[in-house]
Design a protein. Structure first.
Ligand code: HEM
Length: 442
């Protein structure tokens, strides 16, 4: 018996790649269209780089099983704005050591510590919203909320420090997926300057936490004390500049994506009143606020299965991160297709989430599919997977559950007419007009 030879990789007609690159930036259907034409794996050329797109369970499973042949990869703009010390830009043992250090901020015990403060932030947001004299654009409010969670309960910044950091972060984020040339005044040049200010401010926060620890004073707030004793791959403590770049990554990764999932969850429910009513039936049997000792687990999937199904369905149809990347150091075979070395591989989360049998009707918003025997019928990977799976998954899920229950139990929202509800996709999906709603107390 001969092993079946891998099939060749289909290629889009891309000579210089210029037309493909333009289409990639302009056409929201770029990947979906090519998946239809070329199947589940195909190669194109973007910004001069040969890039393989893939979707679906077999290819993704094979990819995660061949971690040794792969590296993490981010576009040049992201790489430079995150910095060379960032764990996102590191490989192998360097990467694993930093994941271990930063992972200490997201253990079950750490989440129990943050949960009561997150409940406090949910209530403060609801009070603010209820006191607003007129309609409100929710997207901006939810961005600030998500930023406050990672900056406050997790990193221990007070409200003044949070505000100072937030504006620089918004500028920095604008540059993340921009053209990486620092022409004066360009989004990338502004983002590089914002990066410098952010590093200085985060450095000062870290120094303060270290002084408190050295003086034996308990941490006033936040989890930075949990990082004490973090060691690098050689067993040495990480340098401050190293830790600061990890914190920069966390602040960004911690709010951009979560804010997107929150606003898309509310948008989807407001567009599907029957599903909202179905969820409200469950919330009717749940009390808010949760008892302080229970806040981290009170709305777990076992206690609020409908909420879990709604969150899963929103993340399936509108994943906050549409795809993630790897780089092939050696040739690999994925779903029976040969992928040469030196390729960027983009795993399409969005396309994988909609790939299944026609009967599953995977383009429809139908949260109940997640409670049916056999599951939803598609591979779900909103948080990526393998050695680089999202580090903040547990925090994100906790935050989404607390905000959804707290807000939907306290406020009635009404979608205002005459607004653009279509989604801007980069860096993370958000409704173009900011999701304008009328609000009243329940
Ligand atoms: C709904 C919210 C979120 C989603 C959908 C999300 C999704 C993702 C995805 C798809 C990746 C890439 C995984 C890969 O390459 O395989 C990632 C990586 C990462 N995420 Fe998240 N994320 C979310 C929230 C958070 C939060 C709250 C934090 C931390 C505060 C966080 C921290 C990170 C970090 C540090 C990485 C890099 C991991 C590595 O390279 O080893 N994320 N996330």
């Amino acid at each position: 018996m001969h092993a079946v030879a891998p099939r060749p990789l289909p290629r889009t007609p891309a000579v210089s790649g210029l037309l493909e690159t333009l289409a990639f930036f302009r056409d929201p259907e770029f990947a979906a269209d090519r998946f239809r034409r070329h199947g589940d794996l195909w190669e194109t050329r973007l910004l001069g780089q040969r890039t393989v797109f893939l979707r679906g369970e077999q290819a993704v499973t094979d990819l995660f099983a061949q971690g040794d042949a792969l590296e993490g990869w981010w576009p040049e703009s992201v790489r430079r704005l995150l910095g060379s010390l960032s764990l996102a830009n590191r490989q192998g043992a360097d990467h694993r050591a930093r994941r271990r250090v930063v992972g200490q901020l997201f253990t079950a015990a750490a989440l129990r510590r943050y949960a009561p403060a997150i409940v406090g932030l949910v209530d403060a947001l609801c009070r603010d919203l209820a006191a607003s004299p007129g309609p409100v654009a929710l997207a901006g409010r939810l961005r600030r909320f998500a930023f406050a969670v990672i900056a406050g309960p997790v990193l221990g910044l007070d409200a003044g420090e949070r505000d100072a950091l937030f504006l620089d972060f918004e500028t920095w984020t604008q540059g993340l997926f921009s053209f990486p040339v620092a022409l004066p005044g360009s989004p990338f040049a502004q983002a590089l300057r914002a990066r410098q200010r952010l590093l200085e401010r985060i450095g000062a926060v870290l120094a303060r936490a270290q002084e408190a620890a050295a003086a034996g004073r308990p941490q006033a707030a936040g989890g930075l004390d949990l990082l004490a004793g973090g060691l690098d791959e050689a067993g040495l403590p990480l340098a401050d500049a190293d830790v600061v770049e990890q914190l920069l990554l966390l602040l960004f990764a911690g709010y951009e994506t979560t804010a997107s999932s929150l606003v898309c969850l509310l948008l989807s429910l407001l567009q599907h009143p029957t599903e909202l009513a179905w969820l409200q039936e469950e919330l009717g049997g749940i009390s808010w606020p949760p008892a302080p000792g229970e806040a981290a687990t009170a709305f777990d999937p076992s206690r609020a299965p409908r909420l879990d199904a709604v969150v899963k369905e929103v993340m399936r149809l509108i994943p906050p991160v549409g795809g993630f990347f790897r780089y092939t150091r050696r040739p690999v075979t994925l779903a029976g297709v040969a992928i040469p070395a030196d390729r960027v591989v983009q795993v399409s989360i969005a396309a994988s989430h909609r790939l299944g049998s026609p009967e599953a009707d995977l383009d429809a918003f139908r949260p109940r599919r997640h409670l049916e025997a056999g599951g939803c019928g598609a591979l779900l990977l909103p948080y990526g997977g393998g050695e680089r799976v999202c580090l903040g998954k547990a925090l994100a899920e906790l935050e989404i559950r607390l905000l959804s229950v707290g807000l939907l139990k306290q406020l009635d929202l009404e979608l205002l007419p005459d607004q653009d509800l279509s989604l801007a996709i980069i860096p993370s999906p958000t409704p173009r007009d900011g999701l304008r709603v009328g609000l009243s107390r329940r």
